[in-house]
Ligand binder design. Structure first.
Ligand code: APR
Ligand code: PHB
Length: 393
């Protein structure tokens, strides 16, 4: 089998890359370890920056997002039991869209298949070969035990944090940067009416809580917890009691309860691996970087990476120019580090850190107070949250 770009991983990065390449006439094949229902049902974050919304709309992927997604003109920071509104549109002229990552994934899979795209699900033992040569290839085994080889010009490593592509780059050439946080998020999806139209990022003495939603009937809620928290210790009643305790305050905000449809614990880390290119292998999305979810940047960074990568590959095939492929890693990393800084800052601002003393806790509250009372500080938060401009326009 032969194609121009072999893509490993059918998350948002791999799927969108395949679609963007198709639009400029470049062929690709995607190899995905899991089956289609698993990939389409995996619940992840759900906030799309304005630039991500624009990419999806401009490339014909926006129809369902525009009818089912929820446009948010701002967000709420909550501390000492009171809400403080940040108006993104007033501060930046931009907004964000709340639309689940797995819905984006479903939309791109449907479009790729309608366009005759090739996605191989349940590909086992996927391996990248010859990435330092001009003729790389990918091998895998299908679910019946049959072996395959895909010859290609380039390999896109879109296989997430636990994938095989990042480790294919020689360790001596790689530099990894990492921060592991001393907490995780316990997340639930519940059939209950959202308490207000916008998200609430809440700091409480017992830790962070986030109120979010997916639809006007489905609420998404998170609680700061231990990084290795055992979900078995959290009955539905205990989760609701803790959510009421952390999110409700003197202003009588009242969370509506409902059946819990899904619960999980996610550890929190910041991670960047450089460079994002080695020979003919290009990393994109979570395979090269992870952010803590507080800034809602994960999927948006994946979209920005593959947008750059598709442009670089287009220049290679149309103009026979490798310049953009050469600058791919540096260009992506400038945006990634800004998103890393923002995600780290939001995380530091909004979580309870056991190691902080009383003085440091007061400084943290005072920083929140400053952010919500200074237009300059609110604008800084807002312009990062709605997404910084792409640098190659
Ligand atoms: N072979 C084939 N596929 C693999 C392999 C492998 N060895 N390892 C992982 N995969 C697949 C996973 O099953 C998954 O479908 O690669 C895909 C990677 O997708 P994501 O983890 O969603 O990563 P990415 O596309 O970069 O999207 C980043 O996902 O984790 C969130 O917060 C993150 O929103 C961000 C987004
Ligand atoms: C979510 O709705 O899942 C969500 C929203 C905002 C975040 C993280 C997750 O910062």
């Amino acid at each position: 089998m032969r194609t121009q770009v072999g893509i490993i991983g059918a998350g948002p990065a791999g799927l969108l890359l395949s679609h963007l390449l198709h639009l400029v006439g470049i062929e690709s094949v995607i190899l995905e370890a899991r089956d289609r229902p698993y990939v389409e049902g995996r619940i992840r974050a759900g906030v799309l920056e304005q630039g991500t919304v624009d990419v999806l709309n401009d490339t014909g992927l926006g129809a369902r997002m525009n009818t089912e997604g929820l446009l948010h003109h701002g967000t709420t920071l909550r501390f000492r039991g009171r809400n403080h509104h940040i108006d993104f549109v007033d501060l930046t002229g931009k907004a964000v869209m709340v639309y689940g990552q797995h819905e984006v994934v479903k939309d791109i899979i449907a479009q790729r298949l309608a366009d005759g795209g090739k996605i191989v699900f349940e590909a086992a033992d996927v391996a990248a070969h010859g990435i330092e040569s001009d003729a790389p290839s990918i091998t895998w085994r299908d679910k019946d035990g049959k072996d395959y080889t895909l010859d290609c010009d380039f390999i896109a490593g879109c296989d997430g944090f636990h994938g095989i592509c990042r480790p294919a780059i020689p360790a001596a050439l790689q530099q990894n940067y990492e921060r592991v946080y001393p907490f995780g998020w316990l997340g639930i999806l519940a059939r209950s009416k959202p308490v207000q139209e916008e998200l609430i990022y809440n700091l409480h003495d017992r830790g962070f809580a986030l109120f979010s939603m997916r639809t006007p009937e489905i609420t998404r809620l998170y609680l700061q917890c231990q990084p290795d928290e055992d979900i078995a210790n959290w009955s539905d009643d205990r989760i609701w009691a803790e959510l009421h305790h952390r999110l409700e305050g003197e202003d009588r905000l009242k969370l509506a309860e409902g059946p819990i449809l899904q619960k999980s614990v996610t550890p929190m880390r910041s991670f960047v691996s450089t460079p994002m290119r080695h020979g003919r292998l290009f990393l994109a999305g979570d395979s090269a970087h992870i952010v803590p979810p507080t800034g809602a940047k994960g999927m948006n960074l994946a979209v920005a990476d593959v947008r750059y990568l598709s442009r670089a590959l287009d220049a290679y095939y149309k103009k026979n120019s490798s310049d953009l492929l050469g600058s791919y890693s540096d260009l992506c990393l400038r945006r990634i580090w800004k998103a890393q800084r923002f995600s780290w800052w939001m995380t530091s601002l909004l979580h309870k850190f056991d190691e902080r003393n009383a003085f440091e806790n007061e400084v943290q509250l005072s920083e929140l107070d400053y952010v919500v009372s200074s237009r300059a500080a609110k604008t800084s938060l807002a312009e990062n949250y709605v997404g910084l401009p792409f640098e190659d326009q």
